[in-house]
Design a protein around this ligand. Sequence first.
Ligand code: AMP
Ligand code: MG
Length: 499
Amino acid sequence: MSLWQHLPVYHRYAELPETFYIRVIPTPLENPRWVTWNAPLAEHFGLTGVPDEIWLQIFSGEPVPDYFQPLAMKYAGHQFGVYNPALGDGRGLLFGEIRDRQGRWFDVHLKGVGQTPYSRMGDGRAVLRSTIREYLCSEAMAALGSETTRALGMMVSDTPVYRERVEQGALLIRLGETHIRFGHFEHFFYTGQHDDLRLLADKVIEWHFPQLLLQSHQQQPYQQKVPPYLGLFQEIVQRTAKMIAFWQAYGFAHGVMNTDNMSVLGQTFDYGPFAFLDDYDPHFICNHSDYQGRYAFDMQPGIGQWNLTALAQAFTPLVGKNELETELGTYTVLLNQEYSRLMRCKLGLQQHQDGDSELCSDMLKLMAKNRVDYTLFFRRLSSLDAQPPEFVAELFHDQPAAMQWLQQYRLRCEREIDSAGHRYSAKQRCQVMRQVNPKFVLRNYLAQQVIDAAEQGDFLPLEQLIQVLQHPYDEQPMFEQYAELPPAWGKCLEISCSS
Ligand code: AMP
Ligand code: MG
Protein backbone atom coordinates (compact mmCIF):
# COMPACT_ATOMS: atom_id res chain seq x y z
CA MET A 1 0.00 0.00 0.00
CA SER A 2 2.95 2.33 0.35
CA LEU A 3 2.74 2.33 -3.44
CA TRP A 4 -0.10 4.81 -3.12
CA GLN A 5 2.32 7.55 -2.19
CA HIS A 6 4.02 7.12 -5.57
CA LEU A 7 0.85 7.22 -7.59
CA PRO A 8 0.51 10.31 -9.71
CA VAL A 9 -2.51 12.13 -8.31
CA TYR A 10 -3.89 15.01 -10.29
CA HIS A 11 -6.86 17.25 -9.81
CA ARG A 12 -7.82 18.97 -13.01
CA TYR A 13 -11.19 19.97 -11.62
CA ALA A 14 -9.46 21.88 -8.79
CA GLU A 15 -7.80 24.07 -11.44
CA LEU A 16 -11.17 25.41 -12.57
CA PRO A 17 -12.41 28.75 -11.21
CA GLU A 18 -13.86 28.72 -7.73
CA THR A 19 -17.36 29.14 -9.11
CA PHE A 20 -17.20 25.39 -9.78
CA TYR A 21 -16.66 24.14 -6.23
CA ILE A 22 -15.79 24.85 -2.62
CA ARG A 23 -12.77 23.36 -0.92
CA VAL A 24 -13.78 21.38 2.16
CA ILE A 25 -11.86 19.61 4.89
CA PRO A 26 -13.54 16.28 5.61
CA THR A 27 -14.87 15.61 9.10
CA PRO A 28 -13.19 12.39 10.27
CA LEU A 29 -15.17 9.35 11.22
CA GLU A 30 -14.77 7.87 14.70
CA ASN A 31 -12.79 4.65 14.84
CA PRO A 32 -12.97 3.78 11.13
CA ARG A 33 -12.44 0.16 9.99
CA TRP A 34 -12.18 -1.30 6.52
CA VAL A 35 -15.24 -3.28 5.52
CA THR A 36 -13.89 -4.31 2.17
CA TRP A 37 -11.27 -3.36 -0.35
CA ASN A 38 -11.65 -4.01 -4.07
CA ALA A 39 -8.30 -5.64 -4.75
CA PRO A 40 -8.99 -6.57 -8.41
CA LEU A 41 -9.98 -2.98 -9.20
CA ALA A 42 -7.07 -1.56 -7.21
CA GLU A 43 -4.74 -3.70 -9.33
CA HIS A 44 -5.77 -1.67 -12.40
CA PHE A 45 -4.14 1.30 -10.72
CA GLY A 46 -1.02 -0.60 -9.71
CA LEU A 47 -2.21 -0.79 -6.12
CA THR A 48 -1.32 -4.15 -4.69
CA GLY A 49 -1.52 -5.49 -1.18
CA VAL A 50 -3.86 -4.84 1.68
CA PRO A 51 -4.83 -1.26 2.54
CA ASP A 52 -3.09 -0.19 5.72
CA GLU A 53 -3.79 2.04 8.72
CA ILE A 54 -2.48 5.16 7.03
CA TRP A 55 -4.91 4.77 4.19
CA LEU A 56 -7.69 4.13 6.60
CA GLN A 57 -6.97 7.48 8.23
CA ILE A 58 -6.57 9.33 4.98
CA PHE A 59 -9.74 7.95 3.50
CA SER A 60 -11.74 8.44 6.63
CA GLY A 61 -10.84 12.10 6.47
CA GLU A 62 -7.70 12.62 8.55
CA PRO A 63 -5.10 13.74 7.76
CA VAL A 64 -5.54 14.73 4.13
CA PRO A 65 -2.18 14.54 2.35
CA ASP A 66 -1.15 17.45 0.06
CA TYR A 67 -1.67 15.52 -3.14
CA PHE A 68 -5.38 15.33 -2.47
CA GLN A 69 -7.43 18.51 -2.62
CA PRO A 70 -10.90 17.60 -1.40
CA LEU A 71 -13.63 19.76 -2.84
CA ALA A 72 -17.41 19.79 -3.03
CA MET A 73 -18.65 20.24 -6.58
CA LYS A 74 -21.40 22.72 -7.22
CA TYR A 75 -24.34 21.53 -9.27
CA ALA A 76 -28.09 21.92 -9.39
CA GLY A 77 -30.74 19.67 -10.90
CA HIS A 78 -34.33 18.69 -11.46
CA GLN A 79 -35.53 16.46 -8.64
CA PHE A 80 -38.80 14.66 -9.39
CA GLY A 81 -39.39 17.21 -12.13
CA VAL A 82 -38.79 20.29 -9.97
CA TYR A 83 -35.72 22.47 -10.40
CA ASN A 84 -33.57 22.72 -7.27
CA PRO A 85 -30.76 25.29 -7.52
CA ALA A 86 -29.37 24.46 -4.07
CA LEU A 87 -27.67 21.15 -4.81
CA GLY A 88 -24.00 20.20 -4.80
CA ASP A 89 -21.87 17.58 -3.08
CA GLY A 90 -23.56 17.51 0.31
CA ARG A 91 -21.81 14.46 1.70
CA GLY A 92 -19.23 13.46 -0.89
CA LEU A 93 -15.97 15.13 -1.85
CA LEU A 94 -13.81 14.90 -4.92
CA PHE A 95 -10.30 14.16 -3.63
CA GLY A 96 -8.31 13.95 -6.85
CA GLU A 97 -7.76 11.85 -9.93
CA ILE A 98 -5.69 8.71 -10.41
CA ARG A 99 -4.73 6.95 -13.61
CA ASP A 100 -5.21 3.27 -14.44
CA ARG A 101 -2.69 1.12 -16.28
CA GLN A 102 -4.27 2.05 -19.60
CA GLY A 103 -3.76 5.73 -18.90
CA ARG A 104 -7.40 6.55 -18.19
CA TRP A 105 -8.11 9.08 -15.44
CA PHE A 106 -10.57 8.31 -12.66
CA ASP A 107 -12.00 10.65 -10.05
CA VAL A 108 -11.51 9.54 -6.47
CA HIS A 109 -14.70 10.56 -4.72
CA LEU A 110 -15.42 9.83 -1.07
CA LYS A 111 -19.03 9.58 -0.02
CA GLY A 112 -19.96 10.07 3.63
CA VAL A 113 -17.14 12.43 4.70
CA GLY A 114 -19.23 14.95 6.62
CA GLN A 115 -20.95 18.22 5.99
CA THR A 116 -20.16 20.63 3.20
CA PRO A 117 -21.66 24.03 2.36
CA TYR A 118 -24.11 22.12 0.13
CA SER A 119 -25.37 19.79 2.86
CA ARG A 120 -28.52 21.85 3.43
CA MET A 121 -30.26 20.05 6.33
CA GLY A 122 -28.22 16.85 5.92
CA ASP A 123 -25.50 15.50 8.19
CA GLY A 124 -23.04 14.74 5.39
CA ARG A 125 -22.96 11.07 6.30
CA ALA A 126 -23.79 7.81 4.59
CA VAL A 127 -25.03 4.79 6.52
CA LEU A 128 -23.61 1.30 6.25
CA ARG A 129 -26.64 -0.20 4.49
CA SER A 130 -26.68 2.33 1.63
CA THR A 131 -22.90 2.19 1.28
CA ILE A 132 -23.05 -1.59 0.95
CA ARG A 133 -25.84 -1.30 -1.62
CA GLU A 134 -23.91 1.17 -3.74
CA TYR A 135 -20.72 -0.89 -3.51
CA LEU A 136 -22.48 -4.10 -4.47
CA CYS A 137 -24.48 -2.62 -7.30
CA SER A 138 -21.71 -0.69 -8.97
CA GLU A 139 -19.57 -3.82 -8.98
CA ALA A 140 -22.47 -6.01 -10.13
CA MET A 141 -23.25 -3.61 -12.99
CA ALA A 142 -19.61 -3.49 -14.06
CA ALA A 143 -19.45 -7.29 -14.13
CA LEU A 144 -22.63 -7.42 -16.20
CA GLY A 145 -20.90 -5.19 -18.74
CA SER A 146 -22.63 -1.89 -18.08
CA GLU A 147 -20.99 1.53 -17.95
CA THR A 148 -20.90 2.54 -14.30
CA THR A 149 -18.96 4.22 -11.54
CA ARG A 150 -16.94 1.76 -9.47
CA ALA A 151 -16.33 1.05 -5.78
CA LEU A 152 -12.73 0.85 -4.60
CA GLY A 153 -13.39 0.29 -0.94
CA MET A 154 -15.67 0.86 1.95
CA MET A 155 -15.29 1.48 5.67
CA VAL A 156 -17.52 1.58 8.71
CA SER A 157 -17.15 3.57 11.92
CA ASP A 158 -18.53 4.30 15.37
CA THR A 159 -19.91 7.66 14.22
CA PRO A 160 -23.62 7.53 14.98
CA VAL A 161 -25.87 8.54 12.11
CA TYR A 162 -29.51 9.34 12.81
CA ARG A 163 -32.06 8.09 10.29
CA GLU A 164 -35.28 6.27 11.22
CA ARG A 165 -32.99 4.65 13.81
CA VAL A 166 -29.39 5.19 14.87
CA GLU A 167 -27.03 3.66 12.34
CA GLN A 168 -23.29 3.42 11.80
CA GLY A 169 -21.57 6.02 9.65
CA ALA A 170 -19.82 4.46 6.67
CA LEU A 171 -17.79 5.69 3.76
CA LEU A 172 -17.52 4.65 0.14
CA ILE A 173 -14.49 5.27 -2.05
CA ARG A 174 -16.00 5.74 -5.47
CA LEU A 175 -14.10 5.88 -8.71
CA GLY A 176 -15.65 7.32 -11.83
CA GLU A 177 -14.39 8.67 -15.11
CA THR A 178 -16.32 11.78 -14.21
CA HIS A 179 -18.57 13.15 -11.52
CA ILE A 180 -19.92 15.83 -13.82
CA ARG A 181 -23.69 15.59 -14.00
CA PHE A 182 -26.40 17.12 -16.17
CA GLY A 183 -27.00 19.32 -13.11
CA HIS A 184 -23.58 20.98 -13.46
CA PHE A 185 -24.66 22.44 -16.79
CA GLU A 186 -28.06 23.39 -15.42
CA HIS A 187 -26.45 25.32 -12.56
CA PHE A 188 -24.40 27.55 -14.84
CA PHE A 189 -27.30 28.02 -17.24
CA TYR A 190 -29.91 29.04 -14.67
CA THR A 191 -27.53 31.34 -12.81
CA GLY A 192 -26.65 33.06 -16.08
CA GLN A 193 -22.94 32.18 -15.75
CA HIS A 194 -22.61 31.37 -19.41
CA ASP A 195 -18.82 31.80 -19.58
CA ASP A 196 -18.51 29.10 -16.96
CA LEU A 197 -21.04 27.01 -18.85
CA ARG A 198 -18.84 27.22 -21.93
CA LEU A 199 -15.73 26.46 -19.89
CA LEU A 200 -17.43 23.40 -18.40
CA ALA A 201 -18.34 22.16 -21.89
CA ASP A 202 -14.77 22.85 -23.07
CA LYS A 203 -13.34 20.83 -20.19
CA VAL A 204 -15.70 17.88 -20.67
CA ILE A 205 -14.67 17.83 -24.33
CA GLU A 206 -10.96 18.14 -23.55
CA TRP A 207 -11.02 15.45 -20.84
CA HIS A 208 -13.46 12.98 -22.29
CA PHE A 209 -14.11 13.65 -25.96
CA PRO A 210 -10.88 15.09 -27.42
CA GLN A 211 -11.82 13.57 -30.78
CA LEU A 212 -14.50 16.24 -31.08
CA LEU A 213 -11.82 18.93 -31.13
CA LEU A 214 -9.87 17.08 -33.78
CA GLN A 215 -12.96 16.70 -35.90
CA SER A 216 -13.75 20.40 -35.82
CA HIS A 217 -10.09 21.29 -36.62
CA GLN A 218 -9.91 18.85 -39.47
CA GLN A 219 -12.99 20.13 -41.18
CA GLN A 220 -12.35 21.76 -44.49
CA PRO A 221 -13.84 25.20 -45.07
CA TYR A 222 -16.31 23.86 -47.64
CA GLN A 223 -17.61 21.19 -45.24
CA GLN A 224 -20.50 21.87 -42.98
CA LYS A 225 -19.02 22.56 -39.56
CA VAL A 226 -20.01 20.37 -36.62
CA PRO A 227 -19.22 22.58 -33.64
CA PRO A 228 -17.81 20.61 -30.70
CA TYR A 229 -20.66 21.64 -28.39
CA LEU A 230 -23.23 20.02 -30.62
CA GLY A 231 -20.90 17.00 -30.84
CA LEU A 232 -20.76 16.92 -27.05
CA PHE A 233 -24.54 16.99 -26.75
CA GLN A 234 -24.75 14.25 -29.37
CA GLU A 235 -22.34 12.07 -27.34
CA ILE A 236 -24.38 12.56 -24.18
CA VAL A 237 -27.61 11.67 -25.98
CA GLN A 238 -26.06 8.53 -27.46
CA ARG A 239 -24.49 7.37 -24.23
CA THR A 240 -27.64 8.02 -22.21
CA ALA A 241 -29.70 6.06 -24.73
CA LYS A 242 -27.26 3.17 -24.50
CA MET A 243 -27.20 3.18 -20.72
CA ILE A 244 -30.97 3.16 -20.39
CA ALA A 245 -31.36 0.47 -23.06
CA PHE A 246 -29.08 -1.67 -20.92
CA TRP A 247 -31.18 -1.00 -17.82
CA GLN A 248 -34.35 -2.02 -19.65
CA ALA A 249 -32.83 -5.17 -21.10
CA TYR A 250 -31.30 -6.30 -17.81
CA GLY A 251 -34.26 -5.39 -15.61
CA PHE A 252 -32.55 -2.62 -13.67
CA ALA A 253 -34.60 0.14 -12.06
CA HIS A 254 -32.52 3.13 -10.96
CA GLY A 255 -35.10 4.71 -8.69
CA VAL A 256 -33.97 8.37 -8.61
CA MET A 257 -33.38 9.58 -12.14
CA ASN A 258 -33.06 13.22 -11.13
CA THR A 259 -30.83 15.26 -13.43
CA ASP A 260 -28.24 15.58 -10.65
CA ASN A 261 -27.90 11.79 -10.80
CA MET A 262 -27.25 11.65 -14.55
CA SER A 263 -23.60 11.41 -15.57
CA VAL A 264 -22.56 13.23 -18.74
CA LEU A 265 -20.70 10.04 -19.73
CA GLY A 266 -23.83 7.88 -19.65
CA GLN A 267 -22.59 5.82 -16.71
CA THR A 268 -24.95 4.50 -14.07
CA PHE A 269 -24.40 6.70 -11.11
CA ASP A 270 -25.51 7.45 -7.55
CA TYR A 271 -27.02 4.14 -6.59
CA GLY A 272 -29.81 4.73 -4.08
CA PRO A 273 -33.13 2.87 -3.93
CA PHE A 274 -32.39 0.88 -7.12
CA ALA A 275 -33.57 -2.68 -7.75
CA PHE A 276 -33.19 -5.45 -10.24
CA LEU A 277 -36.62 -6.78 -11.15
CA ASP A 278 -37.57 -10.07 -9.60
CA ASP A 279 -41.02 -10.78 -11.16
CA TYR A 280 -41.36 -9.01 -14.47
CA ASP A 281 -43.62 -6.06 -13.74
CA PRO A 282 -43.11 -3.23 -16.22
CA HIS A 283 -44.70 -0.71 -13.85
CA PHE A 284 -42.47 -1.67 -10.94
CA ILE A 285 -41.54 1.23 -8.63
CA CYS A 286 -38.44 0.50 -6.59
CA ASN A 287 -38.26 3.77 -4.67
CA HIS A 288 -40.67 3.74 -1.78
CA SER A 289 -40.63 7.57 -1.74
CA ASP A 290 -41.69 7.76 -5.43
CA TYR A 291 -45.45 8.04 -4.76
CA GLN A 292 -46.40 8.96 -8.33
CA GLY A 293 -44.26 6.30 -10.00
CA ARG A 294 -42.33 8.93 -11.94
CA TYR A 295 -39.31 6.62 -11.98
CA ALA A 296 -41.16 3.32 -12.47
CA PHE A 297 -39.26 0.76 -14.54
CA ASP A 298 -41.14 1.37 -17.78
CA MET A 299 -40.92 5.16 -17.35
CA GLN A 300 -37.12 5.14 -17.48
CA PRO A 301 -36.71 5.57 -21.27
CA GLY A 302 -39.13 8.51 -21.26
CA ILE A 303 -37.46 10.07 -18.23
CA GLY A 304 -34.14 9.79 -20.05
CA GLN A 305 -35.70 11.94 -22.77
CA TRP A 306 -37.07 14.37 -20.19
CA ASN A 307 -33.65 14.71 -18.57
CA LEU A 308 -31.92 15.22 -21.90
CA THR A 309 -34.47 17.91 -22.72
CA ALA A 310 -33.56 19.63 -19.45
CA LEU A 311 -29.91 19.37 -20.44
CA ALA A 312 -30.68 20.72 -23.92
CA GLN A 313 -32.19 23.79 -22.30
CA ALA A 314 -28.91 24.33 -20.46
CA PHE A 315 -27.03 23.97 -23.77
CA THR A 316 -28.99 26.75 -25.50
CA PRO A 317 -26.28 29.39 -24.99
CA LEU A 318 -23.87 27.04 -26.81
CA VAL A 319 -25.91 25.40 -29.55
CA GLY A 320 -28.90 26.47 -31.66
CA LYS A 321 -32.31 25.25 -30.49
CA ASN A 322 -33.10 23.54 -33.77
CA GLU A 323 -29.91 21.52 -33.71
CA LEU A 324 -30.54 20.49 -30.11
CA GLU A 325 -34.05 19.43 -31.00
CA THR A 326 -32.81 17.38 -33.92
CA GLU A 327 -30.35 15.61 -31.62
CA LEU A 328 -33.04 15.02 -29.01
CA GLY A 329 -35.11 13.42 -31.74
CA THR A 330 -32.48 10.73 -32.23
CA TYR A 331 -32.62 9.53 -28.61
CA THR A 332 -35.66 7.28 -28.82
CA VAL A 333 -34.52 5.77 -32.10
CA LEU A 334 -31.08 5.01 -30.65
CA LEU A 335 -32.49 3.62 -27.45
CA ASN A 336 -34.92 1.36 -29.29
CA GLN A 337 -32.20 0.16 -31.64
CA GLU A 338 -29.89 -0.69 -28.77
CA TYR A 339 -32.67 -2.26 -26.73
CA SER A 340 -33.72 -4.43 -29.67
CA ARG A 341 -30.13 -5.47 -30.22
CA LEU A 342 -29.70 -6.44 -26.57
CA MET A 343 -32.99 -8.31 -26.47
CA ARG A 344 -32.10 -10.15 -29.65
CA CYS A 345 -28.82 -11.19 -28.02
CA LYS A 346 -30.69 -12.31 -24.92
CA LEU A 347 -32.93 -14.44 -27.12
CA GLY A 348 -29.90 -15.84 -28.92
CA LEU A 349 -30.86 -14.34 -32.28
CA GLN A 350 -27.94 -13.03 -34.28
CA GLN A 351 -29.74 -11.46 -37.21
CA HIS A 352 -32.71 -9.15 -37.25
CA GLN A 353 -35.74 -10.67 -38.95
CA ASP A 354 -39.29 -9.46 -39.48
CA GLY A 355 -41.49 -10.36 -36.56
CA ASP A 356 -38.72 -10.21 -33.94
CA SER A 357 -40.13 -7.27 -32.06
CA GLU A 358 -43.56 -8.95 -31.91
CA LEU A 359 -41.93 -12.14 -30.64
CA CYS A 360 -40.21 -10.13 -27.94
CA SER A 361 -43.24 -8.07 -26.96
CA ASP A 362 -45.47 -11.18 -26.85
CA MET A 363 -42.93 -12.73 -24.51
CA LEU A 364 -42.85 -9.67 -22.23
CA LYS A 365 -46.66 -9.47 -22.12
CA LEU A 366 -46.87 -13.11 -21.15
CA MET A 367 -44.18 -12.67 -18.52
CA ALA A 368 -45.94 -9.64 -17.05
CA LYS A 369 -49.28 -11.46 -16.95
CA ASN A 370 -47.71 -14.47 -15.26
CA ARG A 371 -45.34 -12.48 -13.03
CA VAL A 372 -42.39 -14.53 -14.20
CA ASP A 373 -38.97 -13.89 -12.72
CA TYR A 374 -37.11 -11.82 -15.30
CA THR A 375 -33.57 -13.10 -14.74
CA LEU A 376 -34.51 -16.74 -14.25
CA PHE A 377 -36.62 -16.79 -17.41
CA PHE A 378 -33.72 -15.80 -19.65
CA ARG A 379 -31.30 -18.10 -17.89
CA ARG A 380 -33.64 -21.04 -18.38
CA LEU A 381 -34.18 -20.04 -22.00
CA SER A 382 -30.40 -20.29 -22.32
CA SER A 383 -30.50 -23.92 -21.23
CA LEU A 384 -32.79 -25.26 -23.96
CA ASP A 385 -29.85 -27.16 -25.43
CA ALA A 386 -30.04 -29.50 -22.43
CA GLN A 387 -33.59 -29.03 -21.14
CA PRO A 388 -37.07 -29.51 -22.62
CA PRO A 389 -39.25 -26.41 -23.21
CA GLU A 390 -41.37 -27.41 -20.19
CA PHE A 391 -38.42 -26.34 -18.04
CA VAL A 392 -39.10 -22.77 -19.13
CA ALA A 393 -42.89 -23.09 -19.30
CA GLU A 394 -43.13 -24.22 -15.68
CA LEU A 395 -42.24 -20.66 -14.63
CA PHE A 396 -45.67 -19.56 -15.95
CA HIS A 397 -49.10 -20.13 -14.41
CA ASP A 398 -50.49 -20.31 -17.93
CA GLN A 399 -48.24 -23.08 -19.19
CA PRO A 400 -50.10 -23.75 -22.47
CA ALA A 401 -49.64 -20.08 -23.45
CA ALA A 402 -45.96 -20.32 -22.55
CA MET A 403 -45.57 -23.51 -24.62
CA GLN A 404 -47.20 -21.76 -27.55
CA TRP A 405 -44.75 -18.87 -27.34
CA LEU A 406 -41.84 -21.31 -26.99
CA GLN A 407 -42.99 -23.02 -30.16
CA GLN A 408 -42.91 -19.66 -32.01
CA TYR A 409 -39.48 -19.06 -30.56
CA ARG A 410 -38.23 -22.45 -31.70
CA LEU A 411 -39.44 -21.81 -35.24
CA ARG A 412 -37.73 -18.42 -35.21
CA CYS A 413 -34.46 -19.96 -33.98
CA GLU A 414 -34.58 -22.44 -36.83
CA ARG A 415 -34.55 -19.57 -39.28
CA GLU A 416 -31.12 -18.41 -38.02
CA ILE A 417 -28.53 -19.28 -40.64
CA ASP A 418 -24.82 -18.50 -40.62
CA SER A 419 -22.91 -17.01 -43.57
CA ALA A 420 -22.22 -20.49 -44.97
CA GLY A 421 -25.94 -21.27 -44.98
CA HIS A 422 -25.81 -23.61 -41.95
CA ARG A 423 -28.25 -23.53 -39.09
CA TYR A 424 -26.89 -22.75 -35.65
CA SER A 425 -27.22 -25.64 -33.25
CA ALA A 426 -29.09 -25.19 -29.98
CA LYS A 427 -25.80 -25.82 -28.24
CA GLN A 428 -24.08 -22.98 -30.08
CA ARG A 429 -26.98 -20.64 -29.45
CA CYS A 430 -27.29 -21.44 -25.75
CA GLN A 431 -23.57 -21.11 -25.15
CA VAL A 432 -23.68 -17.55 -26.45
CA MET A 433 -26.90 -16.82 -24.55
CA ARG A 434 -25.35 -17.82 -21.24
CA GLN A 435 -22.75 -15.09 -21.79
CA VAL A 436 -25.44 -12.41 -21.89
CA ASN A 437 -28.15 -13.76 -19.59
CA PRO A 438 -26.85 -13.61 -16.04
CA LYS A 439 -27.46 -16.35 -13.55
CA PHE A 440 -26.72 -13.96 -10.67
CA VAL A 441 -28.03 -10.42 -10.22
CA LEU A 442 -28.10 -8.27 -7.13
CA ARG A 443 -31.57 -9.08 -5.95
CA ASN A 444 -32.77 -6.83 -3.15
CA TYR A 445 -33.16 -9.70 -0.73
CA LEU A 446 -29.55 -10.78 -1.26
CA ALA A 447 -28.36 -7.25 -0.49
CA GLN A 448 -30.60 -7.17 2.57
CA GLN A 449 -29.22 -10.44 3.92
CA VAL A 450 -25.62 -9.26 3.77
CA ILE A 451 -26.60 -5.88 5.23
CA ASP A 452 -28.28 -7.58 8.19
CA ALA A 453 -25.11 -9.60 8.81
CA ALA A 454 -22.82 -6.58 8.32
CA GLU A 455 -24.82 -4.54 10.81
CA GLN A 456 -24.05 -7.30 13.31
CA GLY A 457 -20.35 -7.03 12.45
CA ASP A 458 -20.21 -10.07 10.17
CA PHE A 459 -18.79 -9.08 6.78
CA LEU A 460 -18.19 -12.57 5.43
CA PRO A 461 -21.57 -12.89 3.67
CA LEU A 462 -20.85 -9.56 2.00
CA GLU A 463 -17.45 -10.75 0.78
CA GLN A 464 -19.01 -13.89 -0.61
CA LEU A 465 -21.77 -12.01 -2.43
CA ILE A 466 -19.18 -9.67 -3.95
CA GLN A 467 -17.29 -12.71 -5.27
CA VAL A 468 -20.43 -14.26 -6.75
CA LEU A 469 -21.53 -11.05 -8.46
CA GLN A 470 -18.14 -10.64 -10.08
CA HIS A 471 -18.96 -13.59 -12.35
CA PRO A 472 -22.68 -13.20 -13.06
CA TYR A 473 -22.64 -15.31 -16.22
CA ASP A 474 -20.73 -18.29 -14.80
CA GLU A 475 -22.54 -21.33 -13.43
CA GLN A 476 -20.74 -21.24 -10.05
CA PRO A 477 -22.59 -24.39 -8.90
CA MET A 478 -21.32 -24.04 -5.33
CA PHE A 479 -23.23 -20.76 -5.05
CA GLU A 480 -26.58 -21.99 -6.35
CA GLN A 481 -28.44 -20.38 -3.45
CA TYR A 482 -27.60 -16.88 -4.77
CA ALA A 483 -29.56 -17.63 -7.93
CA GLU A 484 -32.68 -18.60 -6.03
CA LEU A 485 -35.94 -16.69 -6.20
CA PRO A 486 -36.61 -14.25 -3.38
CA PRO A 487 -38.51 -15.48 -0.35
CA ALA A 488 -41.87 -13.77 0.28
CA TRP A 489 -40.31 -11.17 2.63
CA GLY A 490 -37.64 -10.37 0.03
CA LYS A 491 -40.10 -9.34 -2.66
CA CYS A 492 -41.64 -6.42 -0.86
CA LEU A 493 -38.67 -4.71 0.71
CA GLU A 494 -39.23 -0.99 1.03
CA ILE A 495 -36.23 0.97 -0.14
CA SER A 496 -36.49 4.73 0.18
CA CYS A 497 -34.24 7.73 -0.49
CA SER A 498 -33.16 7.76 3.18
CA SER A 499 -29.53 6.74 3.16
P1 AMP B 1 -29.13 11.93 -3.63
O1 AMP B 1 -30.60 11.78 -3.42
O2 AMP B 1 -28.29 10.98 -2.81
O3 AMP B 1 -28.75 11.92 -5.05
O4 AMP B 1 -28.74 13.38 -3.05
C1 AMP B 1 -29.34 14.56 -3.50
C2 AMP B 1 -28.65 15.74 -2.86
O5 AMP B 1 -28.74 15.68 -1.44
C3 AMP B 1 -27.16 15.85 -3.17
O6 AMP B 1 -26.82 17.20 -3.25
C4 AMP B 1 -26.53 15.18 -1.97
O7 AMP B 1 -25.21 15.60 -1.75
C5 AMP B 1 -27.46 15.64 -0.86
N1 AMP B 1 -27.49 14.72 0.27
C6 AMP B 1 -28.03 13.48 0.32
N2 AMP B 1 -27.88 12.93 1.52
C7 AMP B 1 -27.23 13.83 2.28
C8 AMP B 1 -26.78 13.86 3.64
N3 AMP B 1 -26.97 12.85 4.47
N4 AMP B 1 -26.14 14.98 4.06
C9 AMP B 1 -25.95 16.01 3.25
N5 AMP B 1 -26.34 16.06 1.98
C10 AMP B 1 -26.98 14.98 1.50
MG1 MG C 1 -27.19 12.20 -6.08
